[in-house]
Structure formats: structure tokens, C-alpha cells
Design a protein around this ligand. Structure first.
Ligand SMILES: O=C(O)C(=O)C[C@]1(C(=O)O)C=C[C@@H](O)C=C1
Length: 280
């Protein structure tokens, strides 16, 4: 019997990155990952058909929204087919035997650095350096035998690169989640969807945004997130991104028909099943 072809999933970062963990958790089957060292590269990989799906972090419960990714969602017009809330535990990794007093540089992905800001602010005389990926920082410490550099990364990176966990759980708050979106160019089944991500623009007039949001309220639709991003070239104008959840599909459909008349450039970025926040 012919073997089933594995799905290829574009991730930001390399093996053991949080994106790899997110992709393995979401698909829950053997996958081929395509390692991308930027979110732009990740979108290109999906666009040119190298990947079947892409997994993209969009927000973190400590560090907030990854704003550039909202621009990418707008630019590439992929469909969001699912989401995943992944618990994130950050550790300080070094070569075996290294002491904290010997560390002069700490490097990691900027989102990881922001999630550990409290811990990092308390350290004296340590340079904080941004990298493309948590796992890549761990790999660099190992391969370049960097005795005075520590990486902020997860336990999978520690294991893979034989690094010691010098400090455990250095994230600012223990309930730390990153929300990932699963993107595709393919058509997908929306039968089970109870959540949507939308974007639109409103006139710069009294109450225009409030009126649009009231339409969702009046149809019993729960607004779970709102994020505005600038419209490039139109200073002080914004594109509004919202996430909404519904109990009955008809309520969402009714709200959408009404809101269509109130806003400009309404886009449905995806309709999908709401992810669970499960604390481990
Ligand atoms: O550097 C990684 O390991 C990533 O997968 C990137 C990333 C992010 O983009 O937010 C993913 C999850 C964590 O929030 C920290 C970093």
C-alpha cells in the first residue's frame, strides 16, 4: 500500500523552536517541517506551494500582539483554518558547568526576550541580543562553544543541544501562552467553526467603530480581540482586526450582513474552531 504523504508545514525557526512544538501539537501526526528564519519567509513558503500549511505566532499573553504578522495576514490573503494556545516555558540555557556570574550575553528571539523582561532587567552587566529564533540561539551556544553566552529557549532545545538549564521558568508570569494561527491557501471545511478573524476599515467619524462593534453585540456575538494597525500612507487611519465567537452560526451570519453596510473593505481572514487554553 502506498504510504500517505506527510503534510509539509512551514514554521518560523528551526527544530525544537516553539513553532515546531506548536505544529506538532496542532497536527498531531508525523509532519515535514519547513524551517523559515522570518515570518516573511514563512509566508513565501506557503505562497509558492513549498508548504501545505504554515503555523504563525500572532500574540503572547505577556508580550502582546506580534504586529508585523497582522500586516502579513493582510498582504498574503491566506485563510486561517485553526488556532492553538500553547503554554510557553522559558529557560536560560548554557554550556554544561557554566555559572550565572560568567554570563555576559543572553540571546533569543525578541518575543522570548520580552516574555522574560522582569528577569532580564534584574541582571547587571549582561548584553541582551536578539536572534531569529530561540532554538537557533541554543544551537549557536552549543556549536560555537559560547561559554559566556546563554540562550533563552525551551527544554527540547536544551536536550537536543546538550545544554544545561541554568535557570528554569524565567518568564514574567507562569501562565504564559502564545497563540498560533494555522494558515493555508487550500479550501477547508468550516462546518465546525465557531470563531472568525475579520478586518475592516471605518470612516473617521463620531461613533463609526462603536456602531460596527454594537452590531456584533446586538447579535450576541462575543468580541474576543481587537487590534488596530496603521494603513500605510494614510496617517491616522487604521485597519481594525477583530476576533469574534458565536454560539449559533445564524447570529454570526446576521451580524456580517449588517456590518457589511457599516464598514469598508470587510475581509474574512478565516472561520475556524476556537482553540482551548489549557494550563499545564
Ligand atoms: O523562537 C521561537 O522558538 C519561536 O517559535 C518564535 C516565538 C514567537 O514568534 O513568539 C514563538 C513562541 C514564543 O512566544 C517565543 C517565540
Amino acid at each position: 500500500m502506498a504510504k500517505k504523504k506527510k503534510l509539509s508545514i512551514a514554521i518560523q525557526g528551526i527544530a525544537t523552536s516553539f513553532h515546531e512544538v506548536a505544529a506538532l501539537t496542532y497536527f498531531n501526526e508525523p509532519i515535514d517541517t519547513i524551517e523559515c528564519l522570518s515570518f516573511h519567509r514563512l509566508c513565501e513558503s506557503l505562497k509558492n506551494g513549498e508548504a501545505d500549511y504554515a503555523v504563525m505566532a500572532i500574540e503572547n499573553s505577556i508580550a502582546g500582539s506580534i504586529l508585523p504578522n497582522y500586516f502579513l495576514l493582510q498582504e498574503y490573503h491566506f485563510s486561517i483554518i485553526g488556532e492553538l494556545y500553547l503554554p510557553i516555558h522559558m529557560h536560560l540555557l548554557t554550556l554544561p558547568g557554566v555559572k550565572l556570574s560568567e554570563i555576559t550575553t543572553i540571546e533569543s528571539h525578541p518575543m522570548a526576550i520580552r516574555q522574560c523582561a522582569e528577569y532580564l532587567h534584574a541582571l547587571k552587566n549582561v548584553e541582551i541580543r536578539e536572534s531569529d529564533d530561540t532554538a537557533l540561539s541554543a544551537k549557536r551556544v552549543k556549536e560555537m562553544k559560547l561559554k559566556t553566552t546563554a540562550a533563552i529557549a525551551n527544554e527540547h532545545a536544551a536536550k537536543k543541544y546538550g545544554l544545561q538549564i541554568l535557570e528554569k521558568r524565567i518568564e514574567t508570569h507562569k501562565k504564559n501562552f502564545t497563540r498560533f494561527l494555522v494558515l493555508t491557501k487550500r479550501s477547508h471545511d468550516k462546518k465546525e467553526s465557531n470563531k472568525a478573524s475579520l478586518s475592516f476599515e471605518v470612516a473617521n467619524e463620531v461613533g463609526s467603530l462603536a456602531d460596527a462593534l454594537m452590531t456584533f453585540k446586538n447579535n450576541s456575538i462575543n468580541l474576543t480581540k481587537i487590534q488596530s494597525i496603521p494603513i500605510i500612507g494614510k496617517p491616522s487611519e487604521y485597519s481594525i482586526h477583530i476576533d469574534v465567537e458565536w454560539k449559533r452560526r445564524k447570529q454570526y451570519d446576521d451580524a456580517m450582513h449588517q456590518v457589511l453596510l457599516q464598514v469598508k473593505n470587510l475581509n474574512v481572514l478565516g472561520e475556524y474552531k476556537k482553540g482551548k487554553i489549557e494550563y499545564k
